[in-house]
Write a protein that binds this ligand. Sequence first.
Ligand code: CAA
Length: 279
Amino acid sequence: MAQASNGPGRLPTEAELTRAGLGLAVEGPVARITISRPERRNAMTGRTWTTLAHIGHTLPADVRIVVIAGEGDIFSAGIDLGMFTPEGVDGERSMVGGILDGSSTGADVEEYIAGLQEGFLWLRRPDLVTVAAVRGHAIGAGFQLALSCDLRILADDAKFCMKEPALGLVPDLTGTKPLVDIVGVHRAVEICLTARRVGAQEARELGLAELVVPADELPGAVDDVVAALLATNAEAAAATKALLQQAAGNTLEEQAAAERRAQVARLTALAGTMAADNR
Ligand code: CAA
């Protein structure tokens, strides 16, 4: 497990990662994050997400690919349900404690949730390609974590479930936008408001999975995708992801202009390399 960081600040220590139910291995351009609380079916807490945010802020600058998987045969059972008890989990702030005893305002809780969402938002960074490798259940926050990644590679036993509405809650960990972007608002309403399980094959048909493979082939399939991604020029990959991310919000004319600007930057960089090679 590499802990050195060339990025700003230092990566979480092994002890911090363990406390957050996470594993991290950084090897050159690839960072592998493992959700690791097998005794709780990889359920996650607030600390898991603030530590994920910490990882995102301190990854070495040469990391290009982030792979997120669950330990064992499950991705994640979602939020640790202990977070909804007044006492919380392991001394962590409870989601409801402050509201119950009147010590937190709505604004306080929003600010707290914003900090948790940071653990999901960085996965959209254009300089990274993020890959969720999903075995078994990805429930609630687990589904939202997979939705935060650029690519979802599923084992054939994978099951997505947006459980929050069934618990009297809403999905609030940045998953609603990618879900609607991928499946459309009508299917998203049906999936969320029934809180049903979406199996791997259906996920593939809906565009929620880029690839579905037999469970024992998942690590190899992920490695193949990582190798293909690494074969692409890093700067061109980042510029292309940035272009693709803005396409849905742009008019055709705006997008065409964005393509021109990005290409001029690429051509300038290529010309600079050619000039240096000729020197
Ligand atoms: N939180 C805390 N503990 C959990 C947990 C969770 N989300 N999910 C499982 N566990 C614990 C169980 O309590 C059990 O503990 P004990 O051994 O001490 O009894 C242990 O993990 C094993 O669980 P199961 O026996 O249930 O395992 P299973 O393989 O039969 O089922 C499962 C797995 C389908 C994931 C099932 O455990 C389950 O449905 N879990 C709850 C899922 C859930 O409701 N998650 C919250 C979704 S909402 C969200 O994530 C976001 C939000 O903000 C609301």
